[in-house]
Design a protein around this ligand. Structure first.
Ligand SMILES: NC(=O)c1ccc[n+]([C@@H]2O[C@H](COP(=O)([O-])OP(=O)(O)OC[C@H]3O[C@@H](n4cnc5c(N)ncnc54)[C@H](OP(=O)(O)O)[C@@H]3O)[C@@H](O)[C@H]2O)c1
Length: 235
């Protein structure tokens, strides 16, 4: 098996397990202190992966916000923010989206074979489009990222991507934030979809930390033997 980056899944969800509301309005689950913690995680990563639906619905910038953290990365010969990575089958991505428009760093789009040519036509000026075969396997994506020098990968959702990373055994660590609210609408996206997950009632994930951050709870799980304090962090 080829090598892949140390991979951290980062997610905020409601008490009833939703990532967002069912409406177009983005649901604010986290708080300022937790955003800052996530910013530190970004700063410690070589790349950030999100699904194309998250690019379309949230329009995230996916940059390190703290000037101090950006300067620290630069002083160690790294770009101010991690490489941005997304995956798509439809290639329905707007080149003006913040994912592409914000930050000077590298942007990678792993695209299904059938739409790779169309994706290149639309996105070549703003990103590197990689024909990732058909179907796109996230293991292939992960291994390709390793080949591009990515040693620590942060995955920031959404549910479709988290599900595949977990069911394919590609996650080493889960940082799950539970916000003190309910969504109560099954049309809304959940943290994960249906699937065969390696962790069950009899084969449990290892809970390594529970921390209160203001009004949210951070649950940190070790999902692979690669986990230990600071594992995979750049030195
Ligand atoms: N609370 C949080 O922490 C958090 C974080 C991120 C997102 N979210 C929320 O999550 C929701 C989006 O989640 P989601 O589950 O609907 O979508 P998602 O995981 O963000 O993206 C799914 C899309 O990614 C592409 N994709 C995923 N796996 C692929 C594969 N193997 N091959 C090819 N393409 C692949 C497809 O794009 P195409 O359709 O382009 O083919 C697919 O439709 C949004 O509501 C967002 O607000 C919440």
């Amino acid at each position: 098996m080829s090598e892949r980056p140390y991979t951290v899944l980062s997610c905020g969800m409601s008490i009833d397990g939703y990532l967002d509301s069912a409406s177009h309005e983005r649901l604010q689950l986290s708080n300022a202190a937790d955003f800052d913690r996530v910013d530190a995680e970004r700063a410690a990563s070589d790349a950030i992966l999100v699904g194309a639906e998250t690019v379309r619905s949230d329009n995230p910038r996916l940059l390190v916000r703290s000037p101090v953290r950006r300067a620290d990365r630069v002083s160690r010969g790294r770009p101010p923010s991690p490489i941005k990575v997304t995956v798509t089958a439809q290639a329905r991505l707007d080149p003006h989206a913040e994912f592409f428009a914000s930050g000077d760093g590298q942007k990678l789009v792993y695209c299904a074979h059938d739409t790779a040519a169309a994706a290149r036509e639309r996105l070549a000026a703003v990103a590197t489009v990689i024909d990732a075969g058909d179907p796109v396997e996230l293991r292939t994506v992960s291994e390709d990222l390793y080949g591009r020098g990515v040693r620590r990968l942060m995955v920031e959702g959404g549910g479709a991507v988290h599900t595949q990373m977990l069911t394919a055994g590609l996650a080493d660590e889960l940082q799950l934030v539970v916000a003190p609210c309910f969504v109560g609408d099954s049309r809304a996206p959940r943290f994960v979809r249906d699937g065969h997950f390696p962790w069950t009632a009899s084969r449990r994930a290892r809970l390594v930390q529970v921390r209160q951050i203001g009004d949210v709870a951070l649950l940190q799980y070790a999902l692979s033997p690669r986990f230990d304090a600071g594992s995979g962090r750049p030195t």
